[in-house]
Design a protein around this ligand. Sequence first.
Ligand code: TMP
Length: 212
Amino acid sequence: MTGKFITFEGPEGSGKSTQIKRLAEKLDAQSVKVVCTREPGGTATGEAIRNILQHDAVDEPLCDRAELLLFTASRAQLMEGVILPALGRGEWVLCDRFIDSTIAYQGYARGMLIDTLDRINNFAINSRKPDLTLLLDLDIERGFERLEERYADGKGSADRFEREARDFHHRVRDGYHQLAQREPARFRVINSDQPIEDVSCAIWNVVKEVLL
Ligand code: TMP
């Protein structure tokens, strides 16, 4: 039997990585084998691409089309090297961001054509879409307050996307809402402006209802 593929999406500071860890623990307690991964990244190639995309590893401004193709190159490598093999072994894959980040960030926020992005995404993933996408929805200002708390101890600093203007991030969030409406069977919207425990309970209820 093939495994299940769940992606986590949301604006900055929406708590995706915390919630992925918690869901993985719950699935583990049910004896489900779980692989957690992230985008961009998750493979050696993907992590090198992540450094270019987020941390200005190369001292040169990236044009929008190069940015898009780097994200999708990382995605193709992750799909081929990690996600499809794990699903084939019957394991569940939890992925921090996936195709919908490209539509929200490069499409709705940067203004690239959604239709073109859909086609490039489909090529990168060989048409294997997630079984379930959890959109952790959060007010943009609230998300940035959380980021400030995260960086308050001087460890880490805002990356290339976190430094974008607030308008950019509002377009990202609106874009996610449109995506959730476009594919209601795949998406579930979770209010992330609640205590961590309540968010993880809401996620667990959805996973049980939809996939278990
Ligand atoms: P994160 O892993 O810390 O969430 O950072 C990833 C950043 O990259 C985040 O700001 C969203 C952005 N991104 C895109 O713009 N397009 C994409 O396709 C993906 C996967 C991420």
